[in-house]
Design a binder for this molecule. Structure first.
Ligand SMILES: [Zn+2]
Ligand SMILES: [Zn+2]
Length: 150
C-alpha cells in the first residue's frame, strides 16, 4: 500500500491539513481495531499531540464527510471509526466484548447483496455485520459451562 502523508490525503480530499486532522487521520490509518473516539484521543495524546474531546469528535466527523474515514455504529456499542474506506469490507463483531474485525466482502463489489425486492430504490450498498463470539469470549463461554464449583 502506498504511504501518502496524512496532510496530503487531507488536501486531496479538500480539507485544510490542520494538526489535529493530520494526527487523527494518522491514528486511524494505523489502527486495525476500529477505535472509539476515546481511544482515538488516547492515541493522539500518546503521540504528544493535544486534542479536546469535542475536537476529536469534530475531526472524526470531518474525516468521515470527506470520505477519509468510515463510521461504524452498532447497537449496544459506542461509535467507532476506521480509515479503511471504499473497499466494501464488512465486520465481524463479538456480542460479548464488542471486538470488531474486518472481513473482506464475500461477493466483491458493492452492493454485495441484492434485496429480494428493491422497491424502486437504486441500491448502492449493503451493510453486513456478522455477529457472534470472538475466540477469546467463545473460549470463556465454554469454560463457564464446564466448570463446576468445589
Ligand atoms: Zn469477545
Ligand atoms: Zn473495518
Amino acid at each position: 500500500m502506498p504511504t501518502v502523508a496524512p496532510e496530503e490525503r487531507l488536501r486531496a480530499a479538500g480539507l485544510r491539513a490542520t494538526g489535529p486532522r493530520s494526527v487523527v487521520l494518522g491514528v486511524l490509518t494505523e489502527a486495525s481495531d476500529h477505535p472509539r473516539v476515546d481511544q482515538v484521543i488516547e492515541r493522539v495524546r500518546a503521540r504528544g499531540a493535544r486534542i479536546s474531546i469535542q475536537a476529536a469528535y469534530d475531526v472524526c466527523e470531518a474525516l468521515r464527510r470527506a470520505g477519509l474515514a468510515r463510521r461504524i455504529e452498532l447497537p449496544g456499542s459506542s461509535t467507532r471509526y476506521e480509515a479503511r474506506v471504499g473497499d466494501n469490507h464488512h465486520h465481524l463483531v463479538c456480542r460479548a466484548c464488542g471486538v470488531t474485525v474486518d472481513v473482506a466482502c464475500a461477493a466483491g463489489a458493492a452492493p454485495c447483496l441484492e434485496p429480494s425486492t428493491a422497491h424502486g430504490f437504486a441500491v448502492d450498498e449493503a451493510e453486513v455485520t456478522y455477529w457472534g463470539l470472538c475466540p477469546a469470549c467463545h473460549h470463556e463461554h465454554d469454560h463457564d459451562g464446564e466448570e463446576s464449583h468445589g
